[in-house]
Design a protein around this ligand. Structure first.
Ligand code: HEC
Ligand code: HEC
Length: 208
């Protein structure tokens, strides 16, 4: 009798647990009200819709949060995104940053660890992996991680749209994107030639 009751109780706990888990999962994966407008340009899975909006899947919650704050503060200027960021009031930023950071980019990349490859025949890959110390240009992967997979406040570049990567590097050169700690990206972008901007944008976009 006792055993039966115990088994029954275990069963109920299990069912209860499953229901609870599915409710919690449904909550985190459901598009929050504040995010309804975003998917028009960024896609329901944050996959990005070229040329409307870049991919958000694969970016961390803290990175997405800081960028939305930068648009709101106007240190990152973009005619489309500034008013969009302004729609996020109260815990709106937290809602959308939680939602999109939980999405994973569909493209799998096998990371090439820094130092694994020592010589590069391709100038662009060399710049990405070793930088150019004669110009004080650090390697992109020092901050953006092996194969540009990103992490924390360093955004993922691998598989991002080439056109978007390019406009961002140009935005730093033009001074319309700011707000990153110590101006590290402006320091990098200002040392790149127009041809290198194009080549690096294509290089990272094709790592997928
Ligand atoms: C009408 C199209 C459009 C809509 C709607 C839109 N965005 Fe954007 N979003 C863009 C564009 C274009 C950019 C690139 C801006 C730039 O070049 O700086 C962008 C950039 C971003 C970035 C920066 C990505 C990065 O890698 O740094 C974030 C984060 C973002 N959007 C979040 C949102 C959220 C959250 C919403 C909904 C509240 C939203 N967007 C609605 C078009 C849109
Ligand atoms: C010293 C560290 C550092 C190095 C080196 C670096 N980056 Fe960055 N990069 C950052 C940080 C930090 C950000 C986020 C800036 C912000 O918060 O606005 C960023 C952002 C970017 C973005 C914007 C991505 C997005 O989703 O909006 C691009 C594109 C980029 N970097 C390309 C490069 C390239 C190409 C190189 C190599 C030539 C490079 N970076 C080297 C630190 C670095």
């Amino acid at each position: 009798m006792n055993i039966k009751i115990r088994t029954l109780a275990k069963g109920i706990t299990l069912i209860y647990g499953c229901v609870l888990t599915s409710v919690v999962m449904a909550n985190t994966s459901a598009l929050p009200p504040a995010g309804q407008i975003c998917v028009t340009c960024h896609g329901v899975e944050g996959e990005g819709i070229e040329p409307l909006g870049p991919r958000l899947a694969g970016l961390s919650k803290e990175y997405i949060t800081t960028q939305l704050q930068h648009f709101q503060a106007g240190v990152r200027q973009n005619a489309t995104m500034m008013p969009m960021a302004m729609t996020l009031q109260g815990d709106g930023i937290d809602q959308v940053a939680s939602y999109f950071s939980a999405k994973s980019p569909k493209t799998e990349v096998k990371p090439v660890i820094r130092g694994e490859q020592v010589t590069f025949s391709d100038d662009t890959a060399r710049l990405a992996y070793q930088g150019d110390w004669s110009r004080g240009l650090p390697a992109c992967v020092t901050c953006h991680g092996p194969s540009g997979l990103g992490g924390g406040l360093f955004p993922r570049l691998a598989g991002q749209q080439a056109s978007y990567i390019k406009t961002q590097l140009l935005a730093w050169q033009a001074g319309t994107r700011k707000g990153d700690v110590d101006g590290m990206m402006a320091n990098v972008a200002n040392k790149l030639t127009a041809a290198e901007v194009d080549a690096l944008a294509n290089y990272f976009a094709n790592l997928k």
